[in-house]
Design a binder for this molecule. Sequence first.
Ligand code: KIV
Length: 290
Amino acid sequence: MNAQNVNSKLMNSQTQPSESATSEQRVKPKTLTTLQQAKANQLPISMVTAYDAGFARLAIEAGIDILLVGDSLGMVVQGQRDTLSVSMDEMVYHTQMVRRGTPTGLVMADLPFLSDTDIPTVLRNAGRLIQEGGADIVKIEATAAKADLVQAMTDAGIAVCAHIGLLPQKVRQLGGYRVRGRDVDDAAVVMRDAELLTHAGAAMVLVECVPSALGARITKSVDVPVIGIGAGVDVDGQVLVMNDLLGMNPHPARFVRDFLRGRGGILQALQAYADAVRSRSFPAEHEGFV
Ligand code: KIV
């Protein structure tokens, strides 16, 4: 069976319901194992942010594989200028809402700024996202310097996604949002982050704003699923902020596409996004960086 046939078989098994099944029942729950298989079979993985129950339910119904309760909620929900003021209590609160919207969907939740300063702190806070929030995976913005934290969480039985490349929690330190890995030295740093963090146990990698060629190299060099945002099409999956893909951002980044434009509603926009990720028609070349 070629990749396209496998792809449409997967889509059909997700989207052709028995008459009586609810959307939650008819979508086979995703797990880290199914994501690992998707990488092995080159079936692109779709992911979107969600911050509440209603959008979470719609995204799962649309066939999206992973929901990310991102600390981007500080900006798109709370109206803050960046993500740095988001608290652990707020992350737990939004993760609980998303979990209520999808009892069985795969939910990843962010460790917010300064929730990961040392091993006891990160274990306590990651534990809260899982035990109180109901998350399946926690995401940590990390460089190789945080490999010990990833190792400690993994040893404790926590599934970790390492967010590398552009790290929004460093925006005030760096003075802005910049594409990473454009020169040879910085590309080597980002590549090393990916390798050391996966060796420390990260079960997934999320890479933000790197040249498309670097996104592709990272994806080849690590054996866990790599989800990109502004990292080109040759990664294992894509993530977008919900509000961005619904055209709510007045100043969208280059890698954002408005999937609501010309469509009937939010469910259709989310389905179009999931389809575009699966068919690798998103992102287009001009939606990536060189
Ligand atoms: O917080 C978030 O929404 C994120 C995405 C930008 C990937 O980390």
